[in-house]
Design a protein around this ligand. Structure first.
Ligand SMILES: [Zn+2]
Length: 521
């Protein structure tokens, strides 16, 4: 059976046969699972005159319309929008299938019923974080949890885990994919993983205490939080000589952040520490990772699992599918998902090196890979730099500029209105922590010239803070996700333009601190 071939040889198949097998698996998945049991896609395919048999090759997938975040958001007349995407099996359809009848004859009806429950009954969920206005719940059946575990096991293999290692999972304890991917992956791989729950559960101090106690080989967590913890460890003169790897997820990982972590690890007594990044999102119900490589080499990209899902890279403006190796927006279609299912899901994430099929230069695996940096379209914000017109500013780029700059540690970009007057122009305030005892004026000049070289904006003010103030500003231990970009501009009357920012609108303790600091300037 071809599905079996794809499952067992997922990291060995050449591009052509891989794409053909994926198309076959997709056709079967649509025929047996999605179209009979998904209210949304049954209707969409009917409207377009499509059936499972319309998919003969992966190119045919382009006939299926995209699904986007907006399709999953509740509307005034539908407060349960995400439910339309949950598979609800029809027992009559299932019981008529020859495979069901055969199984019932062999093992009895009770066993058949248990099998269907295992496959379809939702028993777990993770949800999106504050990036969309309402967190969208994504349901998992036991079948999905098995896939989460198997994707996690592969993720651990790709990231170079070894069963003798001790791992510390510092992702925030929440119904979010990252924490559970690390948990299920570790259990499936069969390695010791201690989960701290992140900063909000036990604070920086609690995480440091466990590092002292467990002496982990690997730290897993979000870049900003791992950076804070290691920085604090270095300040306290701690030693962590066992540290071999840091596995990052939940945020993008600029090169500058990798360098900072490698330098901190060296200070702590682990000069050979490697950083690997992972990428995942709620709607995929899995994450992918890089394989380890020396710090001076270009990472091999995210190694994909072609039997569990299909990635396409599209032109974000036209929606056209781009050839391998071209930058564009990532679109995902699962191949074995139950519970909540979205097809051709537009992630809003752009990859600058595209999707490639050549064997990985570091580990030699043939699985397709996503290479280069990922940036999020939600981080392109409109700024009113003068009173005439708005300018689109790509905060992804500003983040790279800051993470790549020397002599600065943690940072935060704050957007506000001049004098807090809603009719005034926007101002950009950069909060930074200096490191290596750099001179203030020289650092400001250096930062300004970096901004000018790479972007069209420059910070209106630069405010220096010590490590503790930065932790307060970013909400370490208070927020689930550290705040690197905060928008303190008053919300416009129309909700639509600002839909993605609701999560920022409620000031937490950290943000009140930020307002205070900026006024002192
Ligand atoms: Zn590799």
């Amino acid at each position: 059976m071809n599905t079996h071939l794809l499952k067992t040889r997922w990291q060995q198949l050449p591009e052509k046969s891989l794409r053909q097998l994926q198309a076959e698996q997709l056709r079967e998945y649509l025929r047996r699972v999605v179209l009979p049991f998904s209210a949304h896609y049954r209707e969409l395919f009917r409207e377009r005159g499509l059936t499972a048999d319309s998919i003969r090759s992966l190119e045919d997938l382009q006939r299926v319309p995209f699904t986007s975040k907006a399709d999953l958001l509740n509307t005034p007349d539908n407060s349960q929008k995400a439910r339309e995407f949950v598979l609800i099996p029809d027992p009559r359809v299932l019981s008529r299938r020859p495979s069901t009848i055969l199984k019932a004859l062999r093992h009895g009806r009770e066993e058949v019923k248990r099998g269907f429950e295992r496959e379809f009954r939702p028993i777990f969920l993770t949800s999106t974080t504050g990036r969309s206005a309402d967190p969208t719940p994504f349901l998992f059946s036991q079948h999905d949890l098995d896939n989460l575990a198997s994707a996690g096991k592969r993720l651990f293999e790709v990231c170079g885990a070894d069963r003798e290692m001790r791992l510390l999972n510092m992702f925030p304890y929440a119904p979010h994919l990252a924490f559970w991917q690390a948990h299920y992956g570790g259990a499936a791989f069969g390695v010791f993983v201690m989960s701290t729950g992140g900063g909000k559960v036990m604070g920086t101090e609690g995480n440091l205490r466990l590092i002292r106690k467990i002496k982990p080989d690997v730290l897993i967590g979000m870049p900003t939080f791992v950076y804070h913890v290691l920085h604090q460890a270095a300040e306290e003169g701690m030693r962590c000589e066992n540290l071999r790897r840091v596995v990052l997820g939940g945020e993008k990982v600029p090169d500058g952040m990798r360098r900072k972590l490698v330098n901190l690890a060296a200070e702590l007594g682990s000069p050979a520490m490697e950083v690997v990044a992972t990428y995942g999102f709620t709607e995929a119900k899995m994450a992918w990772g890089e394989c380890p490589c020396p710090a001076d080499r270009i990472p091999g990209g995210y190694h994909l699992y072609p039997d569990l899902g299909i990635f396409e890279v599209i032109d974000p403006k036209t929606g056209e599918v781009l050839p391998p190796g071209h930058p564009g927006e990532l679109v995902f279609t699962p191949l074995d998902s139950r519970g909540s299912v979205v097809l051709r899901y537009r992630t809003g994430d752009c990859i600058d090196g595209g999707l490639v099929y050549e064997p990985c230069p570091h580990c030699g695996r043939r699985a397709p890979r996503l290479v280069g940096n990922i940036s999020r379209s939600s981080e392109v914000k409109e700024m009113q730099l003068d009173k005439i017109k708005g300018t689109l500013v790509d905060f992804n780029q500003l983040e790279h500029v800051l993470d790549d700059a020397g002599n600065i540690g943690a940072w935060q970009l704050e957007l506000r209105k001049r004098n807090d007057d809603p009719h005034e122009v926007d101002e950009l305030i950069l909060h930074v922590q200096k490191i290596n005892g750099a001179d203030d004026d020289k650092l400001v000049r250096d930062l300004n010239s970096r901004f000018v070289a790479k972007t069209e904006v420059q910070p209106n003010h630069v405010v220096f803070h010590d490590a503790e103030e930065m932790r307060d500003l970013q909400g370490v231990g208070v927020q689930l996700k550290e705040q690197k970009i905060v928008d303190h501009r008053p919300k416009p009357a129309s909700g639509l333009a600002n839909a993605g920012k609701t999560a920022d609108a409620k000031p937490g303790v950290a943000e009140v601190g930020a307002i205070h600091e900026a006024r002192k300037e």
